[in-house]
Write a protein that binds this ligand. Structure first.
Ligand code: FMN
Length: 382
């Protein structure tokens, strides 16, 4: 596999790995990124999305400061509806050591979209282009966009929208194969990603429902995309990006981490979060421990206890007791030939996890969480 090179405007960037770790608000913090990097040292990781105006006001710096010290590439993802704020935030991110600047045009969360940021820009193609142009003019780094197929099925014109972003100066697009109206429901439409890929001259990264190596290979075959971005399948499974990368390179896959390794990882993640964030770290660790402690006898009971543990020591003790009791007969669900939906009932086959559908954890994405769109039949009207 050749490297992917983005020219930038003075600072070019070279991607050695065609699997990208999704930006995941509330998840992809520096500690999570350090775990992902253990299995995928060369992969491009993303910050959680950063509000440009907040950065201008001096908030949200924690998400950007310290990037230069990270041992591998990290792109900064920005969102806002104000071109000037985006340009200023991009300059700061560049100075902080961003690998490149990514613009979020897909976040479905109502309070963000309503103000015209994230997926709100899908309804404002002209503003979306102006934002890209402003950011491109502000930095030497490559500027990329992560977006969706459109606001809603009836109005979606992914090819036209993405061509506009390319003309405005975006040097790579990541396309999540769902509309904003869909949220995370249904299947990602890889056929639509293929149509966008065929129409654009810049690299296109396919996103949506990459549950593991087989799905990644199937998605690349169907879309002709230049790489894949993986989100939910990495939650609780920081080995996933590295695993898919191996598959894309035709290398043999090691066995999935068994119970002992998962429990050790959960302890390590918990310790790191508490060391960095104190009591809040324990609360944040709960979701990670819940995602990681899956697929062995007693896991469900352990998760329940972990959610109730009041201190780090209590949680570590539970994990240690579980480690002393587990046998190594790990039972990942049987592999399937490619795609499988996420959800609490249907499981991601490759990582052996019960992965939450997006929104069951950090965001209230399902149901009424998106708020009123203007699509006929929009299920998220208020
Ligand atoms: C908890 C969570 C947080 C997310 N945060 C972001 C974000 O900050 N920026 C973004 O562009 N997408 C975000 N997404 C969307 C993912 O990056 C990705 O596009 C989506 O989950 C589809 O990919 P998947 O099927 O591999 O999960 C988030 C998704 C989840 C589940």
């Amino acid at each position: 596999m050749d490297d992917l090179v983005l020219p930038g405007h003075g600072t070019s960037r070279r991607l050695r790995c065609r699997v990208l770790q999704s930006p995941l608000a509330g998840v992809s913090d520096p500690i999570f990124r350090s775990l992902v990097r253990r299995w995928a040292p060369e992969a491009l990781l993303f910050t959680e999305m950063v509000h440009a105006t907040n950065l201008e006001l001096g908030h949200g710096r924690g998400k950007v400061d310290g990037l230069a010290a990270e041992p591998g590439p990290v792109a900064v993802q920005l969102f806002d509806h104000r071109p000037g704020a985006m340009a200023e935030a991009a300059r700061r991110a560049e100075a902080a050591g961003a690998f490149w600047i990514d613009i979020n045009m897909g976040c479905p969360v109502r309070k963000i979209a309503r103000k015209g940021g994230g997926s709100g820009l899908l309804r404002e193609p002209e503003l979306a282009r102006r934002i890209v142009a402003a950011v491109v003019a502000a930095v030497r780094l490559p500027v990329t966009v992560k977006t969706r197929l459109g606001w809603c099925g009836a109005a979606a014109d992914p090819v036209g929208f993405c061509l506009g972003l390319q003309e405005a100066g975006a040097q790579l697009l990541t396309l999540h194969g769902r509309t904003r109206e869909q949220g995370y429901q249904g299947r990602a439409d890889w056929g639509a990603i293929a149509r966008v890929k065929a129409a654009l001259s810049i690299p296109v990264i396919a996103n949506g429902d990459i549950t593991g190596p087989e799905a990644a290979l199937a998605c690349l075959a169907q879309t002709g995309a230049d790489g894949v971005m993986v989100g939910r399948a990495t939650m609780g499974a920081p080995w996933m990006v590295g695993r898919i990368d191996r598959a894309l390179r035709g290398q043999p896959l090691p066995p999935l981490p068994g119970p002992a390794e998962r429990l050790a990882l959960a302890s390590e993640h918990l310790r790191a979060l508490v060391a960095q964030r104190g009591d809040q770290g324990l609360l944040i660790a709960r979701k990670h421990m819940g995602w990681t402690c899956q697929g062995f006898a007693g896991a469900a009971q352990l998760r329940q206890r972990l959610m109730r543990a009041a201190t780090e020591a209590e949680a570590l003790d539970l994990l240690a007791q579980a480690a002393a009791g587990v046998d190594e007969r790990f039972r990942p669900p049987s592999p399937t030939n490619g795609r499988q939906a996420f959800g609490r009932v249907e499981m991601g086959p490759q990582n052996g996890l019960d992965i939450p559908a997006a929104g069951q954890g950090f965001f209230n994405i399902t149901g009424t969480g998106f708020g009123g769109g203007s699509c006929p039949g929009n299920a998220y009207r208020h």
